[in-house]
Design a protein around this ligand. Structure first.
Ligand code: SF4
Length: 499
């Protein structure tokens, strides 16, 4: 069993399936597994982000998962009974349609992970609802449980479970406890140093949106970071958490270095007070490490925090453009971009259309092609690092762009996807371009796609285009400057004054 393919980030998956305890011949005759009495049964299998990706690749609809970062699957009505079925289950053959890709939750069964009755410990037990567990030899059950127990203590498994705490079910009386899992219990506490913290899920988008609206986000000068999707797509790299205290929304992120706040606290209380509170949390959780900081502080917020015991460093600013200018590319200052767009129009017969989920495999191929073209170019270490993280973020965008409120466009030539963009309405007057990928072997395609995206945003009523920051990459900075921003929006990082 090779469970040791350890990834360096919080994006973790098991490399091989767990050993199957119940013989397949018994499973196909049983009528318990994969069927549920209620549509919202708490026993529905939980899929991690990677498992959702694999299930979608196997043909399950992304709409079956409430949250692409990890969620229980939505059940479908069983035509033959009062109950509900896992949509991957084929009632005619009694087989799982994604058996080789079934989630860890299903692989573990009939063993189950759950919180102890008093909620103090994670336990592994065997579920007596499985008929085979009543027939199996207890010695064999224990030997199997010991093997699984050992696997559950591996670093990869611990990280996977800590990143997906909802894999630990609630206490069930009919599950016979085999062992407590103190390492896992500790790891879960480490991941959640305050019981009020909640993992950031897609279902939290409206709550965060409300908090952002209440905050004093200044019109078209809002930073692109003042949007749920901006953070959420990076949940493959960092783990995001939030809590609300006295009407103030605190967003936290946990990186391999420690905890930080990707945004200042959002809410009605005086900013200085809630910043102090947030930094005190970070100080405690990071054990005084200097990693504690608040990112994406605007100029106005910085002014309001004058006199606080903070030190400031600046982050790359966002680039803001007039949508009209980018839609027209008129005049001498846009001569080179206009020439490239004209070239594409003359030679490449590119057509544009809205992105559809069916474009996902073609977009993945394009992304990989584009990434290797970029690696062959002049990419510095930081650029390479960002590129590595980007594929997981793009996967999430392709699968769940619609539900994240993203507007996606694909550019096709000769029936092949050659480029795509995704963006979102940041404020009523500003459209933010979140990602753009264009095959670099087609000269001018990136410029053409960007102009067309800006035209569509302009057509949709946007007056400004926010093209995000330059991540400190000189090449990206030059490209963004070449479009003549109407403003660069300052972004600050606040950290406690070191003694
Ligand atoms: S994923 Fe497969 S094994 Fe798991 S509940 Fe669905 S049909 Fe059953």
């Amino acid at each position: 069993m090779a469970l040791d393919q350890l990834e360096s980030k919080s994006h973790v998956s098991l490399s091989d399936p767990l050993p199957q305890f119940v013989p397949g011949s018994v499973c196909v005759q049983c009528d318990v597994c994969c069927r549920f009495p209620e549509s919202d049964s708490f026993l529905r299998p939980y899929f991690t982000r990677d498992e959702i990706g694999a299930a979608v690749e196997q043909g399950l609809s992304p709409a079956l998962f409430m949250d692409p970062a990890g969620s229980q699957i939505a059940l479908v009505k069983d035509a033959e009974s009062e109950g509900y079925l896992c949509p991957a289950f084929d009632p005619v053959t009694s087989r799982c349609g994604i058996y080789d890709h079934r989630p860890l939750d299903c692989q573990l069964y009939p063993l189950a992970l759950m919180w102890s009755a008093d909620g103090s410990q994670v336990e592994v037990g065997w579920d007596t609802k499985c008929p085979f567990m009543r027939e199996a030899v207890p010695g064999e059950i224990h030997r199997h449980a010991e093997r699984i127990h050992a696997l559950l203590q591996r670093e990869t498994t611990l990280r996977l479970l800590a990143n997906n705490p909802r894999l630990i079910g609630r206490f069930q009386e009919d599950v016979i406890v085999l062992a407590s899992l103190p390492e896992l219990t500790d790891r879960l506490r480490l991941h959640q140093p305050d019981p009020r913290l909640r993992p950031l899920r897609l279902e939290d988008a409206p709550r965060m949106k409300q908090a952002l609206e209440r905050s004093e986000c200044p019109g078209h000068e809002a930073l692109a970071a003042y949007a749920f999707v901006y953070h959420y797509i990076w949940a493959t790299t960092l783990s995001y958490w939030w809590m609300e205290r006295d009407g103030v929304f605190f967003l936290f992120a946990h990186s391999p270095d420690g905890w930080f706040m990707p945004l200042p606290p959002l809410g009605p209380r005086p900013l200085g007070e809630s910043v102090e509170e947030g930094l005190a949390d970070l100080h405690r959780w990071n054990h005084g490490s200097p990693v504690s900081r608040i990112e994406n502080v605007t100029d106005q917020q910085k002014a309001r925090l004058a006199g606080s015991h903070l030190q400031w460093s600046d982050k790359s600013p966002d680039y803001l453009y007039r949508a009209d200018s980018l839609a027209q590319l008129a005049g001498d200052s846009y001569k080179s971009q206009r020439a490239l767009c004209n070239r594409v129009e003359r030679t490449a017969s590119v057509t544009l259309r809205p992105y559809a989920v069916a474009d996902q495999p073609a977009c993945r191929d394009l992304f990989r092609r584009w990434a290797s073209q970029k690696r062959e170019g002049t990419l510095d270490v930081m650029g390479r690092y960002l590129l590595e993280d980007a594929e997981a973020a793009h996967e999430l965008i392709w699968a769940f762009g619609n539900r994240l409120g993203l507007v996606g466009t694909v550019a096709c030539a000769q029936d092949q996807v050659m480029g795509y963009t995704f963006g979102y309405r940041l404020t009523p007057e500003t459209f933010a371009v979140l990602v753009e990928v264009a095959d670099r072997s087609v000269p001018g395609l990136a410029q053409y796609l960007f102009r067309e995206t800006c035209r569509a945003a302009r057509h949709g009523g946007a007056e400004y285009i926010n093209a995000m920051d330059d991540a400190g990459l000189p090449g990206l900075r030059a490209a963004k400057q070449a479009y003549h921003p109407v403003a660069t929006i300052k972004s600050w990082i606040a950290s406690p004054l070191q003694p």
